[in-house]
Ligand binder design. Structure first.
Ligand code: FE2
Length: 310
């Protein structure tokens, strides 16, 4: 009996180790998404959006930037980044430079996530005590160690990336098609303030909401977005065969840990993201991914390709 248990444990350990190493490869996936357009122009089909999320970069995880070398050869229509770019300040300049090399015809936009704001350091015991107290009493997390957000914001700007913190931008394509990019600040640290933007909605524009976490989507509904792009869940990060994700740490259910889902009446793409935080620095059965979204006038969303890039 002991031999059998030890054998099962050995096989499980090998499988988990293999999966952790396999997940160092970041896959590239293309997702075709249908839409109904009610605006005044009709040429929007085929727009390509690169959706990047949850890089969690630090000086010790630079290999996560490797796929961006290949992606810089393509010109996208939009590059949209849904937060958790860094885990600490050492990631600021490298991640901004890598994202800055990507090319987008109509703009590169980013929102921030909880790990951009809060520096979760394993060495800081006092911080962990405070986080536990915060979780118990449901207090704000602003007392935790913080990253240098102003430096991150300035570096994004220097590299051609527009940071949206409860802000909205409108762009017009060369064919006259209007887009609104609505960037909501991080809901998981209570920074989301969408209400002030409701009156700026242009119903003739194609409306994209970007936010870090699939949380409080009821407050996003007044935008009537064609699609909401999020990250944060890491595809569940630790998943089990048949059971699926342990948790999504958001309003999305375990079955909605990544991919195209419908939440609170919104069509939402939840990116599995690229990395993981330093507290649980690995992923099991939750492959990291960069997604290309192609907007098409068709009746169903079809995944058309998946290939390794990094
Ligand atoms: Fe994350």
């Amino acid at each position: 009996m002991t031999v059998l248990i030890l054998s099962i444990l050995a096989v499980l350990t090998l499988a988990v180790t293999f999966d952790i190493f396999r997940n160092r490869k970041i896959r590239f996936r293309t997702l075709r998404i249908p839409f109904e357009y009610s605006g005044s122009s009709n040429g929007k089909s085929g727009f390509r959006i690169l959706h990047v999320s949850d890089i969690h970069l630090t000086s010790s995880t630079m290999q996560r930037l490797k796929p961006f070398e290949n992606l810089a050869e393509t010109k996208w229509d939009f590059v949209l980044i849904t937060g958790d770019l860094i885990d600490d300040d050492s990631g600021i300049e490298p991640v901004c430079k890598a994202l800055g090399r990507l090319e987008a015809k109509y703009g590169k936009y980013a929102v921030l996530g909880n790990h951009d704001y809060i520096c979760f350091s394993a060495k800081n015991f006092y911080q962990w005590v405070r986080i536990l107290i915060n979780s118990f009493f449901k207090l704000p997390t602003s007392f935790c160690g913080s990253n240098d957000i102003e430096r991150l914001a300035a570096c994004l700007k220097e590299n051609g990336i527009t940071l949206l913190r409860n802000q909205l931008e409108e762009r017009v394509s060369e064919n006259g098609e209007k887009f609104q990019i609505i960037g909501i600040d991080d809901p998981s640290t209570d920074r989301d303030k969408p209400a002030g933007l409701y009156s700026s909605v242009n119903e003739d524009a194609f409306r994209l909401v970007i936010m870090h976490s699939p949380c409080r989507l009821r407050a996003i509904r007044p935008f009537k977005p064609e699609i909401v792009l999020c990250g944060h869940t890491h595809g569940g990060q630790i998943c089990f065969p048949l059971f699926g994700a342990l948790s999504t740490h958001s309003d999305a259910s375990r079955r909605e840990s990544s991919g195209l889902v419908y939440l609170e009446g919104c069509r939402v793409h939840i990116s599995p993201g690229i990395g993981a935080g330093r507290i649980v620095p690995f992923r099991i059965l939750a492959p990291p991914e960069i997604t290309e979204i192609v907007l098409e006038q068709s009746s169903s969303a079809i995944e058309v390709s998946a290939e390794k890039t990094g």
